[in-house]
Each structure stands twice: as structure tokens, then as C-alpha cells.
Design a protein around this ligand. Structure first.
Ligand SMILES: *[C@@H]1O[C@H](CO)[C@@H](O)[C@H](O)[C@H]1NC(C)=O
Ligand SMILES: *[C@@H]1O[C@H](CO)[C@@H](O)[C@H](O)[C@H]1NC(C)=O
Length: 293
């Protein structure tokens, strides 16, 4: 091929490359979704959120819940350490997700936020404790999937966690708000402007999700989010199959031909987030859309 034909192709490749996004996935709430190691070695994901730390704050002893995968109270989740390290060696970042739709969590004061931050540092991040639920592996960060409480003191928690980045390895902060803006539980935290990635839940929220063939409410919400919150980038959070959520599923062909081109052109696009690994594997969603993400 002559150089005068090659140059436009190279430029096209560069432009296409600059729009390449990543896939984030939630793992942990279904014992039949396969191992964490297999999830990472699928090569589909850049971020895996371990779901969830369901109980914390207000003086409660924190509780990790990984459904049928292992039993934290019996100490069997420490076997996940080698999986986490294998994920990280393949470039996959592994985060602990706080909260979820049905948990027992709230923060009662700035001091309470600091003690939760210290607990997370000592038990999941770079600190040390004799009772690390996931063993020695040092997670890459903390995900806020806060779907209860009015959000008080979660800004303190975010700032306290960010402080630990100064002790060496960066602590990533991510959040999974609902698409109606502002989020009822996460706005206080998000207004700190210190989150790396915000994976917005465009499901179970009819007012801003894809529906009846229209992407307008979704793109309008995307515009509002990226102009109202400071973060490195934003991810389109979706159900990985129609069974994974009450509403909001976007068939792969619609995602590829309509939704992704629209939000990429609006801006601050980082990729897609999927709930969850179990449904993604059943529906082959990531594999089908990956080259367009
Ligand atoms: C878009 O949102 C508006 C306002 O919430 C709602 O009335 C309308 O039905 C939504 N559009 C679709 C296609 O769901
Ligand atoms: C999943 O999708 C990929 C990409 O389209 C395809 O190559 C693969 O065969 C699919 N796997 C299954 C089990 O359908």
C-alpha cells in the first residue's frame, strides 16, 4: 500500500483509539457466576467491583456479603486473595463496592466516616489487620453503590479514603449513582469532585433510561451528569440482560448503532458498566459489544 493511502488509515485508527472505552462489571452477588479469576481472565473487563460490603457505619461491625462464593465469617473469602492478585497482574483493577440495594449502612458523623475509612484501609487496602476478609491482597479502590441514607458524611468518607493515596498506591474512588440527577444518596459525596469513575445506573429508572426506541432521555441525563459532576470519566451503567433489572436493558445492536455513538460525541465517556457478571456471561453481552465500547 502506498504511503498516501496508509496515512489516512493511521489517522483513522488514532481517532478510533481515542474513543476506546472500558467495561466495568459487578461480581459477587451470584454464586453461579464463576470465579473471580475466570471473570478477569475472560479479558472482557478493566474494572471488577466486588459486591458488596453490606453493613458498615454507625458503630456496626462491617459485614462483607459475597453470596454463595464464600463465607467471610468462616474466613473462607481469604482464598480470593490469589484471584485478586491474578486479576491485577492482568491489568484489571479490583474494587470493593460499599452498599448495594439492600444493606444496613449509614454514617452518623465525620468521626464515624473516618473510622469506616480506617477500617477499609486496614482490612482491604494498604493497611494491616489480623482479620482481613479477603486476605493479603491490596484492592485498587472503593466503589460507592450507596442506595440508602441521605448521603450525610459520605463526602467525608470519600475525602478520608483519598488521603490514603498519599501513602503509596493510589486508592481509586468510583460511584454508581442512579441516572436521575442529582442522586438522592450520592450527591454529597460526588460534589467533592474527587471520584475517578462514575458509573451511572441507567436502569430501574424509567425517566432517564433507554425506552421505547428513544435515546433522548438517556442522552439528556448524560449531558446533565457530565456538566454537573467533576470526575475523570463517566460510564454508562446497564443491565447485562433483560433479566438483570426491572427496566433499562439495551439490546447490543441498539447500543452499538445508536447509544454509544451519541454519548461518545457528548463527552467524558469512559465505557460501560454492567450489572452483573452472572447475566453478562449468560447473555454474552460484553463479548458482543466490546469492540464498539
Ligand atoms: C422521558 O422522560 C419524560 C419525563 O420524565 C417522560 O415523561 C417520558 O415518558 C420519557 N420518555 C420515554 C420515551 O420514556
Ligand atoms: C459471544 O460473542 C462473541 C462475539 O460476537 C462470539 O465470538 C462468541 O461466539 C459468542 N459466544 C457465545 C457463547 O455465543
Amino acid at each position: 500500500m502506498a504511503t498516501n493511502q496508509l496515512l489516512p488509515l493511521l489517522l483513522l485508527a488514532l481517532v478510533a483509539g481515542s474513543h476506546a472505552g472500558s467495561i466495568a462489571v459487578y461480581w459477587g452477588q451470584n454464586g453461579n457466576e464463576g470465579t473471580l479469576a475466570d471473570t478477569c481472565s475472560s479479558g472482557l473487563y478493566a474494572y471488577v467491583n466486588l459486591a458488596f460490603l453490606t453493613t458498615f457505619g454507625n458503630g456496626q461491625t462491617p459485614v462483607l456479603n459475597l453470596a454463595g462464593h464464600c463465607d467471610p465469617s468462616a474466613g473462607t473469602c481469604t482464598s480470593l486473595s490469589s484471584d485478586i492478585q491474578s486479576c491485577q497482574s492482568q491489568g484489571v483493577k479490583v474494587l470493593l463496592s460499599l452498599g448495594g440495594a439492600s444493606g444496613s449502612y449509614s454514617l452518623s458523623s465525620a468521626d464515624d466516616a473516618q473510622s469506616v475509612a480506617n477500617y477499609l484501609w486496614d482490612n482491604f487496602l494498604g493497611g494491616s489487620s489480623s482479620s482481613r476478609p479477603l486476605g493479603d491482597a491490596v484492592l485498587d479502590g472503593i466503589d460507592f453503590d450507596i442506595e440508602a441514607t441521605n448521603g450525610d458524611f459520605f463526602d467525608d468518607l470519600a475525602k478520608d479514603l483519598a488521603q490514603f493515596s498519599s501513602q503509596g498506591k493510589k486508592v481509586y474512588l468510583t460511584a454508581a449513582p442512579q441516572c436521575p440527577y442529582p442522586d438522592a444518596h450520592l450527591n454529597t459525596a460526588l460534589q467533592t469532585g474527587i471520584f475517578d469513575y462514575v458509573w451511572i445506573q441507567f436502569y430501574n429508572n424509567p425517566s432517564c433510561e433507554y425506552s421505547s426506541g428513544s435515546i433522548d432521555n438517556l442522552t439528556s441525563a448524560w449531558r446533565t451528569w457530565i456538566s454537573s459532576v467533576t470526575a475523570t470519566s463517566f460510564f454508562l451503567g446497564l443491565p447485562a440482560s433483560s433479566a438483570a433489572a426491572g427496566s433499562g436493558y439495551i439490546p447490543p445492536d441498539v447500543l452499538i448503532s445508536q447509544v454509544l455513538p451519541a454519548i461518545k460525541s457528548i463527552g467524558k465517556y469512559g465505557g460501560i458498566m454492567l450489572w452483573n457478571r452472572y447475566y453478562d456471561e449468560l447473555n454474552n453481552y460484553s463479548a458482543t459489544v466490546k469492540s464498539s465500547v
